[in-house]
Design a protein around this ligand. Sequence first.
Ligand code: GLY
Length: 404
Amino acid sequence: MKFHNLTAVSLWVLMLFSCSGTAGDEPLRDVVERGYDVATRQALMMARELEPLEGALPRTVEEDGTLATAEYHAWISGFFPGVLWYLYEHAPSDELKSYAELYTARVEPAKNQTNTHDLGFMLYCSFGNGYRLTGNPRYLEVMETGARSLTTRYDPGVGLIRSWDSFREQWQYAVIIDNMMNLEFLSFIARETGRDEYMEMAVSHADKTLEHHFRPDNSSFHVVSYDTVTGLPHVKNTHQGLDDSSAWARGQAWALYGYTMMYRETGDRAYLEKARDVAAFLMSHPRMPEDLVPYWDFDDPGIPDVPRDASSAAIMASALIELSELDDSPEAVRYLDYAVVQVRSLSSPGYLAEPGTNGGFILKHSTGNLPGGSEIDVPLTYADYYYVEALGRLKKYILTGGRE
Ligand code: GLY
């Protein structure tokens, strides 16, 4: 969707939600401001609490209510600094900036890791946002090192970045759908440094994932493992979903976000088509709840009595807002409409924390790894990141009527 159409869309969305007589009565502008207000209070509380704990970054809340933290090597390490940068971007203050710098610095040792594919999450959400907002050349150096580390995991014979080194007896070369999220980092570094090979790797990864990771209904497998000799899949499984044939909610959200982002980065309409197809799968799913915050897996037979995953809704909303802005078809309006409902749901008392509670996290009710028995119906730092990102996109694309 071109920018000039957005004004009409935004008016349409605002009208829809101011005339509905439902929870949508609150003007969208106020929802976004309220979300930012809660997010800022929570993030500053968290930042002050963790400051004395060297290297600590927030992850979730344990069953006994204690805060669970992680260090730089965890896949989630970059999200909290990213939240602080997004909040600083919305309402700059010295306190937010110094905390964003402090927690970003805690992630720096991740740049040398070659045993994880998650360097995009870790470094681009933290250093990437920091660089975008401050231009600090040191941040770019850190990311260049990290991108070099990430590309050691790319095998040209397979044409994909390997996700996991573990489970070798089961998977020769495991690639998870989540890995699409690292491609934005590679694309950015390719642009900044002129290293075209980084973009070629990103495109190859996106193309092969498009070819092999999706079912005929456009839902995505979680794990596809490739035969390292033929470069073709030898098994398609799950790790965090219900079973190999199920639609694990967050995996679908990563796919939607990943192909929307790759369309933005390349202009390749095959990626736009895939983003539209995944959006159609999600938006027409008969087991999507009324508030549009997915159950943790769309195929859990216990639905509706199973945990939700607010992180999936936040990732979806952020992606759909962008898709509505990029897409030039009449569907674009529906993406925005849907995302606005998701943001309204996440901003309601059922999901948005009462300030001072929830261990300092912003959202409640996410699910990390249900089959693994961990992080079920809890706050999660990445849910917070994509929620705040969605608020920023609503503000940028609709409420202030403009892009960067
Ligand atoms: N990338 C890990 C997850 O989505 O849980």
